[in-house]
Write a protein that binds this ligand. Structure first.
Ligand SMILES: [Zn+2]
Ligand SMILES: [Zn+2]
Length: 154
């Protein structure tokens, strides 16, 4: 199910000169996170656990066999190994400027974003609707694009 839909139909005012193929090939699929079924701790490959000797960028599959959930271990709930984790992906994203939450279940129907639209599938020029309304934020931060959002861990 490849979504090879680039943003071809932009009716932007600016026409790019023929600097073709200036593709930002940065369609990095979001690395899969894993959630501890016991405590809800989320292992994020992007973050790793540097304090536990796991460098940022370590995929869950590459964790050592004796990996245990740091939270459960800490709370004395016993050792929850990799078996206690399940794949997890966020469905809500928080604007780090204004705390607006994009909820995939809800979408933004009034803006033509259907309920169920995944965050990754939002158009590249998606901006935080709340920040966009706020002149102060616009002055201080400019438009807040997807990069300004962070996943919510719940
Ligand atoms: Zn845990
Ligand atoms: Zn915002």
């Amino acid at each position: 199910m490849a979504k090879a839909v680039a943003t071809t139909k932009k009716s932007g005012a600016k026409k790019k000169p023929a600097t073709a193929a200036k593709k930002t090939a940065k369609k990095e699929s979001v690395p899969v996170r894993y959630k501890c079924r016991m405590c809800g701790y989320i292992y994020s490959p992007l973050r790793g656990e540097p304090h536990n000797g796991i460098p940022a960028g370590t995929a869950f599959e590459d964790l050592p066999e004796d990996y245990v959930c740091p939270v459960c271990g800490y709370q004395g709930k016993g050792k929850i190994g990799k078996w206690g984790f399940e794949e997890w992906r966020p469905t809500r994203y928080l604007c780090s400027i204004c705390n607006y939450i994009y909820d995939e279940k809800r979408g933004e129907p009034h803006r033509g974003i259907k309920p169920g639209t995944k965050f990754e599938d939002l158009p590249e020029d998606y901006v935080c609707p709340v920040c966009a309304q706020d002149p102060k934020i616009l002055v201080q931060f400019g438009k807040v694009f997807k990069q300004g959002f962070q996943p919510l861990n719940e």
